[in-house]
Design a protein around this ligand. Structure first.
Ligand SMILES: NC(=O)c1ccc[n+]([C@@H]2O[C@H](COP(=O)([O-])OP(=O)(O)OC[C@H]3O[C@@H](n4cnc5c(N)ncnc54)[C@H](O)[C@@H]3O)[C@@H](O)[C@H]2O)c1
Length: 511
């Protein structure tokens, strides 16, 4: 909003960070040789908007660090906003209407209030929204600089936008900041018996120090306990404590714990805020984005659930050091799959010499951090564009059609989720090659990376023929056709209808 302090804060921040400052409005005026008012007078608001978008695109193409002050209206255009969020750290400055009127006299308070309210959902899609009322310019500039060092990944969902921190050995610091910001009346800590002695007790101590003694719920571990009974146990503990609606649920554990904790938060007192602290690689790269929460109902996996976005997700790759090699490989299947869908650059790194080994054998924390960031960023982008899986989000189902069938056939115990995804990806590659969509050499390369990540790839050794009876239960099918995700090139996948009866033929290896 006019008068909020973009230019002043931008200048101060650029000075502090020792990088150039670009005022997009001024640079448009320089290029056009006219003031913005003259551009609007001659060509209307659209003319200014077109120039703003072009200037923004130029800025975003330049990889060197800079501080850019955007025109107030630039962010109202969602595609432009999403591209800024992908490429940079976006901070929206706000101020109370009274303060704005004081700083930019001549504006009508009612008009400012209306404009402010109309823009709130757009401005909320940022890495941070900072209220500049009664704060100094330098204070705000150093806060933003601190954020740029932390470099969280944003999941842009309007007023439910949240951040995912991915940083090694930073869980304590990030959790402390999160609790300070959320200021909960009480914390409900949910974890499991395996995670509690490994990492849960540490998190518990931070919570106790910052937010008082939490309500502790330590569940038995494993998918067997991803049930309504576990949710009921959490709800009873919270209600009996008792907690109020300012309480926050913190789930510390693998995907089972974060799913159960998130669903409990969705229904407790008609909705509590929650924070996810995933501790398995799989939950860091998969369950951390999108707000899907669920429990199983008998044999029906994830049959009872809700979309309930967390307030923050804190990922510390260090937590994976207590996981077994098989569990880490399982998470890496998801990493490779996601890179193939949306991060061709990272796919190249992974398939290059030593790339897979650094993750699966050396378990290098730096490399793991890079891998997790890649997956989270791809998913955050996809979810931001398609939260409810009306279109693009379906791309994330690469490897799921046959993978889920094999996972179900194995009673969810013979294969881990990642192993099933790896085999499902091999199946999708075979179908892609058979339909002339996937180049055969790309299929071979992906299969070799899967092997180097210590994942199973021998589809012919799997009970595929019997497992295929499960594909017709696939939630994603449309009428008689399955919707399989096939790979055209790294970073380029498409959903293709496949009739289940054709699958055995399409899955037969060539020759
Ligand atoms: N919500 C979503 O979007 C989403 C996405 C993917 C998967 N999931 C769900 O996640 C679950 C699978 O996740 P998972 O593999 O993390 O399962 P999990 O939570 O069962 O964890 C696997 C095992 O590892 C233990 N563990 C957790 N952290 C550990 C650590 N740091 N070191 C050693 N052991 C540790 C757990 O106690 C458990 O015994 C499934 O139920 C799946 O449906 C949800």
């Amino acid at each position: 909003m006019t008068g909020v302090g973009k230019t002043a804060v931008g200048h101060a921040l650029a000075k502090l960070a020792n990088v150039p400052f670009v005022d997009l409005g001024a640079s448009i005026e320089r290029t056009a040789g006219r003031s913005r008012a003259a551009i609007v007078a001659q060509g209307g608001k659209e003319a200014l908007c077109t120039l703003e978008k072009a200037a923004l695109a130029t800025e975003l193409q330049d990889p060197s660090p800079r501080v850019v002050a955007l025109g107030a209206a630039t962010l109202l255009h969602r595609p432009a906003r999403l591209s800024v969020l992908e490429r940079g750290l976006l901070v929206a400055l706000t101020a109370t209407v009274e303060e704005l009127a004081r700083r930019a006299p001549g504006n009508d308070n009612e008009c400012l209030a209306e404009q402010s309210a109309a823009r709130a959902a757009s401005y909320a899609e940022a890495h941070a929204v900072i209220d500049t009322t009664s704060r100094s310019i330098d204070e705000i500039a150093s806060e933003v600089l601190g954020m740029s060092v932390q470099d969280p990944i944003v999941v842009p969902l309007g007023e439910r936008t949240y951040l995912v921190d991915v940083a090694a050995e930073q869980a304590e610091a990030n959790l402390s900041k999160t609790l300070a910001r959320l200021s909960p009346s009480r914390v409900v800590l949910v974890t499991d018996e395996v995670v509690w002695p490994l990492w849960g007790e540490r998190v518990d101590r931070i919570i106790e120090r910052l937010a008082g003694e939490p309500v502790r719920v330590i569940l038995p571990p494993g998918e067997r306990h991803k049930t309504l009974a576990a949710v009921e146990r959490i709800l009873r503990s919270a209600v009996e404590a008792p907690v109020d609606r300012a309480a926050v649920v913190v789930g510390v554990g693998g995907g089972v714990v974060t799913d159960v904790a998130g669903l409990s938060a969705a229904v407790a007192l008609r909705g509590l805020r929650w924070v996810a602290v995933p501790t398995t690689l799989l939950s860091m790269v998969d369950a951390s984005v999108g707000g899907k929460t669920a429990v199983d109902l008998g044999a029906a996996k994830n049959a009872v659930g809700a979309f309930h976005q967390p307030s923050r997700v804190i990922v510390d790759p260090l937590f994976t050091c207590t996981e077994s090699p098989r569990a880490v490989s399982s998470g890496l299947a998801e990493v490779l799959k996601t890179a193939l869908i949306g991060d061709p650059l990272f796919y190249q790194e992974l398939s290059a010499e030593g790339g897979a080994e650094r993750l699966a054998v050396q378990r290098d924390v730096g490399a793991l951090t890079r891998a997790i960031r890649s997956s989270v960023a791809v998913k955050a982008g996809v979810v931001g564009r398609d939260e409810r899986e009306a279109g693009e989000r379906a791309n994330l189902n690469l490897g799921h059609t046959v993978g889920h069938a094999l996972e179900t056939e194995g009673g969810f115990s013979r294969l881990s989720h990642g192993e099933a995804v790896a085999l499902g990806t091999v199946a999708a590659l075979r179908v892609g090659v058979a339909l002339g969509i996937t180049p055969a050499d790309l299929a071979e390369q992906v299969i070799s990376v899967l092997r180097r990540l210590h994942l199973p790839t021998d589809l012919d050794a799997q009970p595929v023929a019997t497992a295929l009876r499960w594909v017709s239960f696939d939630k994603k099918r449309r009428r008689d056709a399955l919707r399989m995700v096939l790979v055209r090139a790294p970073g380029m996948v498409e959903v293709v209808p496949v009739v289940p009866a054709d699958l055995p033929r399409l899955l037969t290896p060539p020759g």
